[in-house]
Design a protein around this ligand. Structure first.
Ligand SMILES: [Zn+2]
Length: 85
């Protein structure tokens, strides 16, 4: 069990681990996305701060295309071969 502040209950609520939707790391620490018994959804940040989740599901931007300079270093070019002689 863990405690969150539910913005619909407007009080602290104990949730079981079955109420966890996802976990991930952020710059502020580990984040638990929770789903309260009342239907509210929020994020518990670093185990202390609960924030409502407004947008669901969270859609990640696709990864940026590789930098052309990085691609060049991955390809087999004359530059990648050891110098002969
Ligand atoms: Zn609730």
């Amino acid at each position: 069990m863990f405690q969150v502040y539910c913005h619909i209950h407007e009080s602290p609520v104990l949730l079981s681990w079955s109420r966890v939707e996802s976990m991930y790391n952020s710059d502020e620490g580990p984040v638990i996305d929770w789903h309260c018994w009342c239907g509210a959804r929020g994020s518990l940040i670093a185990g202390v701060r609960s924030e409502p989740r407004r947008f669901e599901p969270v859609v990640m931007d696709p990864p940026a295309p590789p930098d052309p300079d990085d691609v060049a270093t991955l390809s087999t070019t004359d530059d990648a071969r050891p110098l002969a002689g």
